[in-house]
Write a protein that binds this ligand. Structure first.
Ligand code: HEM
Length: 511
């Protein structure tokens, strides 16, 4: 027993010494930063879920704002936190070839859904990005638009039902379901009625993916960030088999039905099937042959999953927080409604693709919403080629993670006076055009910037357009003002939800 205790104490001591040695990494390079603690580095509270995952990097911006960059540790791994906008521009845009990957472990050979555009890097990413970009042209989005519009009409029926029962609506739940129904419809080509059927298998499996409840999968997710190389060597599964089997099976079945029956649908899944068939088809049906680009069934399934991974929480949260701010700011809500009425009158009351595009003020409202609540509170990259920081001797080594804490950049009073004030005028087109490219980054920046920006605006705003024509939004007492950040989610989510009451326009009864 004594021998065991001595061995145990010696091991702890050696691990402690090893960590202390690792923690000299930045000081040896002359880079300042917050003091790390044994085992955790600078992410202890985030790991214990007392803080949000990205909070340490946001705190570092506030504390070390006078420095262009700060050295931190995620466990023992060095992380560079970038505070200076010009340096962020170098890393994300100008010198992108040194920072091409996000550095998350995306999954092993048993994870057919993990190899999607968001997760991969290097040559495979570059090729796929080029091939997938035509999917997001305005012409293509116009052909997919009727599906989104039909889901937004269902969302209005959902609101009508709640109003008729005199119940307030939790816009977090409502927008989550609405966004998921769009993903099912446009991304996977299936209609699941998620808005009316909370038991839908699609929604249940998707929630299991996003709202991880078991400790095992929480740890796997955290370590996919922290120890990607170790995970890669161990070939650990990244997604639970239940979730993987459901979505893979669904895509396979749908693809085989379409291929067998020569059935085509103008959705995102079809563009992936076309790629598998060696084609890029534009909105007019013109076919361009694609050579030397292997795109398998796994690629189709993984990139259908990409639509969910990248387009669900992001657009759902943006829509619900915009609704919250409109309820808090009735004069802005009235201005948005006036714009909706004016534009729709021009289009005979039809909310067409062109009509929603003309709603400039509503876009400004979404921009200001994403300034306050960027879905991803930090943008991250992994250095893939040594990089000498401009005007210094510091070399960033391959494998180092780099974080840009966009939430705190968005809240910096020197960049945005009265940063807590909701003021869409900051994003009037002429003002937005003059912003530093890294001053407002809810969609990221550079060659890895969000590919679905336009689709993101459409999804976030369509349900709002429908509802604001008929109802006034009011804050319900259950909603925290200001909103409280949920620490258990990777994206910006509101603790306790966003509860709003509806008042039918031209009828003074609010319910
Ligand atoms: C309001 C809604 C949305 C927001 C706020 C948003 C935000 C983001 C952010 C922050 C990133 C990371 C960018 C970076 O690392 O620089 C990203 C990547 C991406 N997003 Fe979005 N997104 C939205 C909607 C969508 C939608 C609807 C799609 C459709 C599929 C989409 C597709 C993608 C893709 C494919 C990437 C990865 C691009 C790459 O790595 O090459 N996003 N998005």
């Amino acid at each position: 027993m004594a021998v065991f205790l001595i061995l145990f104490a010696t091991s702890i001591f050696l691990i402690y010494v090893w960590f202390q040695y690792k923690f000299t990494y930045w000081s040896k390079k002359g880079v300042d930063g917050p003091k790390p603690v044994f085992l955790y580095g600078n992410i202890r509270d985030a790991l214990r879920r007392k803080d949000h995952f990205f909070q340490p990097y946001c705190d570092s911006y506030i504390k070390f704002k006078h420095l262009p960059y700060v050295g931190m540790y995620s466990f023992y791994r060095p992380v560079l936190c970038v505070n200076d906008l010009d340096l962020a521009k170098r890393i994300l845009i100008v010198d992108f070839e040194h920072f091409q990957s996000r550095g998350i472990y995306s999954g092993g050979p048993n994870d057919p859904l993990a190899e999607n555009l968001f997760n991969i890097s290097g040559k495979a990413w570059k090729q796929l990005r080029v091939k997938m970009s035509p999917t997001f042209t305005s012409g293509k989005l116009r052909t997919m638009y009727p599906f989104v519009e039909s889901v937004a009409s269902k969302a209005l029926s959902y609101a009508d039902l709640y109003y008729s029962k005199g119940k307030p609506i939790d816009f977090s739940e409502f927008y989550d379901r609405y966004a998921m129904e769009i993903i099912a419809n446009v991304g996977f080509g299936v209609e699941c009625n998620i808005l009316t059927n909370p038991q839908s298998e699609f929604d249940c499996c998707a929630r299991e993916y996003f709202e991880i409840k078991s400790l095992y999968w929480s740890i796997i997710r955290a370590f996919a960030f922290i120890a990607p190389d170790l995970f890669s060597k161990l070939r650990i599964r990244r997604i639970s088999p239940k979730v993987e089997n459901f979505f893979y099976g669904l895509v396979k079945e749908t693809v085989s039905y379409r291929q067998k029956n020569n059935y085509k649908r103008n959705d995102f899944l079809q563009t992936l099937i076309d790629l598998m068939n060696g084609q890029i088809v534009n909105e007019n049906g013109d076919i361009k042959r694609v050579h030397d680009f292997p795109f398998s069934m796994n690629s189709v399934a993984a990139n259908a999953m990409l639509y969910m991974l990248a387009g669900y929480e992001t657009s759902a949260k943006t829509g619900q927080f915009a609704a919250y701010q409109l309820a808090l700011n009735p004069h802005i809500q009235t201005k948005v409604r006036d714009e909706i009425d004016r534009v729709l009158a021009k289009y005979d009351g039809q909310c067409t693709y062109e009509a929603q595009n003309e709603m400039v003020y509503l876009n400004m409202v979404l921009d200001e919403t994403m300034r306050l609540y960027p879905a991803l509170r930090a943008i991250f990259r992994r250095c893939n080629k040594p990089y000498k920081l401009p005007n210094s001797d510091v070399v960033i080594e391959e494998g180092t993670l780099v974080f840009v804490p966009i939430q705190e950049i968005h809240m910096d009073p020197e960049l945005y006076p009265e940063p807590k004030k909701f003021d869409p005028e900051r994003f009037a087109p002429e003002k937005k055009a003059k912003l530093h490219p890294c001053q407002w980054m809810p969609f990221g920046e550079g060659p890895r910037k969000c590919l679905g920006v336009r689709q993101g605006y459409i999804q976030s705003k369509l349900a709002l357009i429908k509802i604001l024509q008929k109802y006034e939004l009011l804050i319900d007492e259950r909603t925290s003002v200001p909103l409280k950040l949920k620490t258990s989610c990777l994206v910006w989510a509101a603790e306790g939800g966003v509860w709003l009451k509806l008042r039918e326009l031209n009828n003074n009864n609010d319910k």
